[in-house]
Design a protein. Structure first.
Ligand SMILES: Cc1cc2nc3c(=O)[nH]c(=O)nc-3n(C[C@H](O)[C@H](O)[C@H](O)COP(=O)(O)OP(=O)(O)OC[C@H]3O[C@@H](n4cnc5c(N)ncnc54)[C@H](O)[C@@H]3O)c2cc1C
Ligand SMILES: *[C@@H]1O[C@H](CO)[C@@H](O)[C@H](O)[C@H]1NC(C)=O
Ligand SMILES: *[C@@H]1O[C@H](CO)[C@@H](O)[C@H](O)[C@H]1NC(C)=O
Ligand SMILES: *[C@@H]1O[C@H](CO)[C@@H](O)[C@H](O)[C@H]1NC(C)=O
Length: 534
């Protein structure tokens, strides 16, 4: 490892917090920007020779710079440390990538330096928060810089407990555990091991969606590091266009280093799942479907369609956000004969830990999602189609778990999307309620990728085609469950162009499209060739 002894007095912060006319200067030079922070750019030629082209994109210079600037915050390629670190991804598909360097900044200005180093050296980067995205290169990058936000882990409630400042590398379990001590909560993920960063930038469905909307609808303010390394405080008034874009537009505008979330008083919840035999489908599907029309802001439900060792079952979540045993709203669900139930009054931490334990890290994973207008008959059709299409593969592949999940975007939920000026997602309450179907697939061996990925693609393409035929298909792909073969931003309709213009304004050189290439950008699906392509 080549080391520099850099003369460095990094400016503590490069805050340009309130200029809503922010634009990157046309002549912006990342090398000069680094030099202006005390970074001795000339030393590169001392180490690599006068003819060394630092901008060749081969990452040697970037690794050396980051390692010498921040020896305690870097993990280098092919070391035991890197191997241990890679287990922090939920999906093995992401964990098996080997970055040239893992950089773990502890402050926004260190994130800023990393972006400038990437721009100068043209070494590509990825950004990791909770590491729960399943597709290759979403938050990890072979032979590039993986910026792991794990050290951005502040949990700071305001004095009046109405706002909580959250570091962008936290997982929700840590957040819920800490906030429970204050008697408050925030609108985060339903599994404790999901990260704050990806969840909130893509949308974010929580147990409290009917009361508060999605995660992105509850952000009072973002701290964002832009492509030129500026640290912006993004609120509805400081940068209204950027604020709206960040609410659901994904990773296309910068790196969020802190989310200031609106908090609410919250104690224990009533929650758990009832398992029904498929034989009860004529009762379960109509009873579950009623929740699509619910205006009760305390209710949250979903239905998993499962094959447990050859037995076809439904698992229906009954969640109520007050500590009331057996709320009347679930009495019809309870009255249908069921195989088991684990509903109880419990803490949010307990519930979200249970969900996390049901989907442990280490498998190969894939998600695929589509949205439809609410229609009970369509749900029944989907369930039968899923079993018909997957019975032949069930139990044949090591570690295989095929988990379609059906959930509702109620009008009550969608009305909350309008909070604080509205988010950048394309649905409107008038068109609701909607069905969101997610197909989650887990398996063990790479050798089984092709057959299983083509199965999930076939099931979801059939669902789409039938939805089109019945006039129910809605072209909205929810980013957080989108597959790498889906064009998430194209599904935002007219909002895509609005988002693209915002990205062009704050990132004119397309750093977050080209130097941070993974996940959902404006350039079509992350992948177009392979077993999931139709
Ligand atoms: C078991 C499980 C449970 C889930 N539960 C829910 C749920 O209840 N509701 C729901 O809506 N979704 C849920 N999801 C989906 C989840 O929201 C997405 O997988 C999400 O992308 C995970 O975020 P992350 O930070 O953990 O992932 P990461 O892989 O770290 O990040 C995902 C993407 O976001 C980008 N990103 C992350 N942080 C930032 C940042 N600070 N600034 C800019 N870009 C950033 C990354 O670069 C990457 O492209 C669940 C997923 C799993 C596997
Ligand atoms: C350095 O390499 C990049 C990428 O290959 C190239 O575009 C650029 O022109 C090179 N610069 C010099 C001075 O050779
Ligand atoms: C950073 O690492 C050096 C040696 O690698 C060590 O001496 C020092 O204590 C570390 N500093 C911190 C803050 O961990
Ligand atoms: C949740 O609480 C129940 C009842 O106290 C307990 O049996 C269970 O183990 C807990 N689950 C988790 C994941 O903590």
């Amino acid at each position: 490892m080549m080391r520099f002894s850099l003369v460095l007095a990094l400016a503590a912060a490069v805050v340009e917090g309130t200029l809503s006319s922010y634009r990157e200067p046309a002549n912006f030079d990342p090398k000069k920007a680094l030099a202006s922070r005390g970074f001795n750019v000339k030393q590169l030629s001392t180490f690599f020779g006068a003819n060394y082209n630092a901008s060749s994109g081969d990452c040697t210079a970037a690794v050396s710079i980051l390692h010498s600037l921040y020896p305690n915050r870097t993990i280098v390629q092919n070391t035991p440390e890197e191997q241990a670190w890679s287990l922090g991804y939920w999906s093995a598909i992401q964990g098996e990538e080997t970055p040239a360097v893992v950089f773990q900044p502890a402050r926004a200005d260190e994130v800023s330096t990393a972006i400038l180093v990437s721009r100068w050296t043209q070494c590509k980067f990825a950004v990791k928060s909770g590491g729960h995205a399943s597709m290759k290169s979403a938050s990890n990058i072979d032979n590039g810089i993986t910026i792991d936000l794990v050290n951005l882990n502040t949990i700071q409630p305001s004095q009046d407990k109405k706002i909580v400042a959250l570091g962008a590398g936290l997982k929700w379990g840590a957040v819920y555990t800490e906030l429970a001590k204050h008697g408050i909560q925030v609108n985060g993920a339903r599994g404790s091991d999901v990260g704050v960063g990806g969840f909130t930038t893509g949308g974010g469905i929580s147990y409290f969606a009917n009361k508060y909307g999605w995660g992105c609808d509850n952000v009072a303010s973002y701290e964002l590091v832009t492509a030129s390394g500026s640290i912006l405080t993004v609120t509805p008034t400081s940068y209204p266009d950027l604020y709206k874009a960040l609410r659901g537009g994904g990773p296309n505008f910068g790196i969020v280093t802190r989310f200031d979330l609106e908090a609410f008083p919250q104690g224990d919840i009533f929650s758990g799942s009832l398992i029904y035999s498929y034989d009860e489908r004529a009762k379960v599907i109509p009873a579950f479907s009623k929740f699509a029309y619910s205006t009760d802001t305390k209710v949250h439900t979903w239905m998993f369609v499962l094959n447990l060792g050859g037995q076809k079952v439904f698992s229906v979540l009954n969640m109520y956000s007050s500590p009331i045993v057996d709320p009347p709203v679930f009495s019809e669900m309870r009255s249908i004969p069921h195989l088991s139930s684990d509903t109880a009054v419990r803490s949010l931490v307990n519930m979200t830990d249970q969900i996390a334990a049901q989907g442990p890290a280490g498998s190969r994973d894939m998600f695929w999602t589509h949205t439809f207008k609410m229609d009970e008959a369509f749900i029944a059709w989907f369930v039968d189609m899923f079993y018909a299409e997957t019975d032949a593969v069930q139990g044949k592949y090591e570690g295989m778990n095929a988990l379609p999940l059906i959930q509702f975007l109620t009008k009550t939920n969608l009305e909350r999307w309008g909070r604080n000026g509205g988010n950048s997602l394309p649905l409107r309450a008038e068109g609701g309620p909607y069905i969101n179907i997610i197909f989650a697939l887990m398996w063990k061996n790479e050798a089984d990728d092709d057959v299983l990925i083509s199965t999930i693609a076939r099931v979801m393409n059939k669902a789409k085609a039938e939805g089109v035929k019945r006039g129910l298909f809605v072209d909205y792909v929810y980013m957080n469950y989108g597959s790498e073969y889906q064009d998430v931003l194209e599904s935002y309709g007219a909002n895509k162009e609005v988002l693209r213009r915002v990205a062009e304004k704050y990132d004119p050189k397309e750093v977050f499209q080209k130097l941070r290439p993974g996940y959902f950008t404006f350039n079509g699906p992350p992948r177009t060739v392979g077993p999931g392509a139709s």
